[in-house]
Design a protein around this ligand. Structure first.
Ligand code: NAD
Ligand code: DAU
Length: 351
């Protein structure tokens, strides 16, 4: 095997899309998926690669130093792509401590293991940390986040991710650990847990349930198809400059309410409903606490220096996403009938 890559959080949404790409594209790389299988982790997402000889799954917790050390020792890890995290802003508002634990302590535990096992020999080694545009805070009507935008995280989730970014940079500066970081905008696509806006809306429209829109639906997000994010990670993993940060985004800004209306039209067509039927499900609910108004990414550094660009238009990506959720009703139903029911009641009952 040419490389052994530890991918953390590989059973989640972006991690599984990334592993599905890398394990099939690079048969000479050994991919070790290290995931605690929290509510967000689902091995069903990896059916396409589970029998490949270059793919290995290890159940483990990034906050547990013994488990992390064991996987480094057993598989002689030379690269890390670190995605494992608590990732949902609303959950961070109700339970910040689990975000501090996983996103900060977990990241430091991994950094310590990389330092210990690589032991100053950084030739051919890389610690690639996957982060978010939310570390930059919230934009007004104008402007874009660039790599040098000052950090201004405003939710427990984004504060925990910002902290992990700082620690990754600190390990580079202090111990010369070879690191690279990317900060991406909102992803959508297959395998996304239906707590996030797009899969939640698809699921509720399908089941004729209200579509909860926070506040007036005026908040803006910059949407990127998850397979384009996976391609960007592949590009940065192979060609990113050590110590650098790359912003990744779709240049695809949508107000939530406009996005939901578009999704309703697609769903009406796919479900054979009258045009306008699904829109009747739109329900304005109380706003998220501290709700960031607008995120928008300038990804020109990645585009100009490394040659990546998004390849999937929003219309194509949404069509593919809706089709995936409609074709994978068992995947969705298994989640909807589990503990997620309790979460949904708790989160939305008093909105
Ligand atoms: P996700 O919630 O779908 O998946 C997270 C995965 O991490 C799950 O498989 C879960 O089991 C695993 N995990 C959680 N805690 C763990 C622990 N202690 N030890 C080991 N594994 C653990 O998340 P996602 O949306 O795929 O996001 C992946 C990464 O990308 C995160 O770091 C997130 O901050 C970042 N990111 C996400 C987006 C987005 O739009 N979803 C955008 C930019 C950046
Ligand atoms: O920007 C990148 C980030 O995008 C990632 O780092 C996070 O992990 C990811 O969860 C996502 O964060 P958001 O908070 O932007 O995503 P979410 O899907 O939760 O919400 C998108 C927008 O929709 C946001 O403005 C809140 C709103 N919303 C969300 C939900 C769940 C609603 O109006 N109703 C809802 O029910």
């Amino acid at each position: 095997m040419k490389r052994t890559i530890l991918i953390t959080g590989g059973a989640g949404f972006i991690g599984s899309n990334l592993i599905n790409l890398l394990a099939s594209r690079y048969s000479s790389y050994r991919i070790v998926n290290f995931d605690a299988l929290t509510y967000a982790g689902n091995l069903e997402n990896l059916k396409a690669v589970e029998n490949l000889p270059n793919y290995i799954f290890v159940k483990g917790d990034i906050t547990n130093a013994d488990e992390v050390d064991a996987v480094f020792a057993k598989y002689t890890i030379d690269s890390v792509i670190h995605l494992a995290a608590e990732s949902h802003v609303d959950r961070s508002i109700t339970n910040p401590l689990s975000f501090i634990n996983t996103n900060i302590i977990g990241t430091v535990t991994l950094l310590n293991a990389a330092r210990k096992f690589w032991n100053g020999d950084f030739n051919g080694k890389l610690f690639y940390h996957i982060s978010t545009d939310e570390v930059y805070g919230s934009l007004g009507d104008e402007g874009l986040f660039v790599e040098t935008t000052a950090y201004d995280p405003r939710s427990p989730y984004s504060a925990s991710k910002a902290s992990s970014d700082h620690l990754v940079r600190a390990y580079h500066h202090t111990y010369k650990l070879p690191v690279v970081i990317s900060n991406c905008s909102n992803n959508y696509g297959p395998n996304q847990f239906p707590e996030k806006l797009i899969p939640l809306a698809i699921s509720n429209i399908k089941n004729n349930r209200p579509i909860p829109v926070y506040g007036k639906g005026e908040n803006v997000r910059d949407w990127l198809f998850v397979k384009d994010h996976a391609e960007a990670i592949d590009t940065i993993f192979h060609n990113g400059k050590i110590g650098h940060t790359y912003n990744i985004g779709g240049s695809n800004e949508w107000k939530n309410i406009d996005l939901i209306r578009l999704l309703c039209q697609i769903m009406d067509r796919k479900l054979g409903r009258e045009n306008g039927d699904s829109e009747k499900l739109i329900t304005f609910v109380s706003d998220r606490a501290g709700h960031d108004l607008r995120y928008a990414i300038d990804s020109s550094k990645l585009q100009n220096e490394l040659g990546w660009a998004p390849s999937v238009s929003f219309n194509e990506g949404l069509e593919e996403t809706v089709e995936w959720y409609l074709a994978n009703t068992e995947w969705l139903d298994r989640i909807l009938t589990g503990n997620y029911q309790n979460y949904y009641k708790e989160m939305y009952s008093n909105r």
